[in-house]
Design a protein around this ligand. Structure first.
Ligand code: FPP
Length: 239
């Protein structure tokens, strides 16, 4: 694990529940979409900071499988921002040596977005810096159920011995299989829930709930979160 300037450990894999866009907008008497737009700028800042601080993987909860319950107009705004982001940012991500991974049932999004996501992933595939992971149409229970279905099918077909199903076999079937183990989950805006995010992967992760609304999140906030992580003692169930 790399260490920051102060000698504290830097988490290899940080995941963020980006919450509070709506409240940020409301406080300013702006429409919710303005909060999401400002949230997109916080996404840019946080990716840059995470790269520079030596984080290996940054997973962002960009659209949950529950977000479909939002009003149609807000869903359209979020998808519009995702389109805009993918088209505007890929060149910059490439310059910063960022790779892209996707988790969730992202292939069920609109075909043009699926195409943009695939194109971005291919373009960034040879980069060796930060791995940006976008959780899109993601729900942890859905991810776990999809993994269970592949396990059940392999057991039924005789290619997997049920006694050989261990944590590693399960990890290997999750969307997060290629990523380093999850070290730190941050949720902004004061809510203290995981909201169906990385439930299996967070078994030993540090959880950090901060009051900052997502659009206000910046490099200093990430540095502070990493410093808090570095001071915590992780025991993994041992003593
Ligand atoms: C939660 O705020 C945030 C979201 C539902 C989506 C996150 C989206 C972004 C940060 C913008 C676009 C991102 C990318 C990657 C292009 P909320 O609306 O639930 O806030 P509230 O709880 O204050 O209402």
């Amino acid at each position: 694990m790399p260490t920051g300037g102060d000698g504290l450990a830097v988490p290899r894999h940080v995941a963020i529940i980006m919450d509070g866009n709506g409240r940020w907008a409301k406080k300013r008497l702006l429409p919710r979409v303005a909060g999401h737009r400002a949230g997109m700028e916080a996404v840019r800042r946080t990716i840059k900071a995470a790269s520079e601080l030596g984080v290996e993987a940054l997973t962002l909860y960009a659209f949950s499988s529950e977000n479909w319950r939002r009003p149609e107009t807000e869903i359209a705004d979020l998808m519009g921002l995702l389109r805009f982001y993918l088209r505007r940012e890929v060149a910059d991500l490439d310059r910063n040596d960022v790779r892209l991974e996707l988790i969730g049932d992202w292939r069920a999004l609109d075909p043009d977005i699926v195409g943009d996501l695939e194109a971005a992933r291919t373009r960034l595939a040879d980069n060796r810096g930060l791995t940006l992971v976008l959780a899109l149409n993601y729900g942890a229970q859905d991810e776990i159920l999809r993994a269970i279905r592949t396990i059940a099918a392999d057991a039924r077909d005789g290619t997997l011995d049920p006694d050989a199903i261990d944590a590693d076999a399960f990890d290997a079937r999750l969307d997060t299989a290629p990523l380093p183990p999850l070290d730190l989950v941050i949720r902004t805006s004061g809510e203290q829930r995981l909201s169906n995010f990385l439930l299996w992967q967070s078994a030993y992760a540090e959880l950090l709930f901060v009051e900052t609304l997502w659009p206000d999140f910046d490099r200093a906030a990430l540095e502070q979160a990493i410093a808090t992580f570095g001071r915590r003692e992780r025991r993994y169930g041992g003593r």
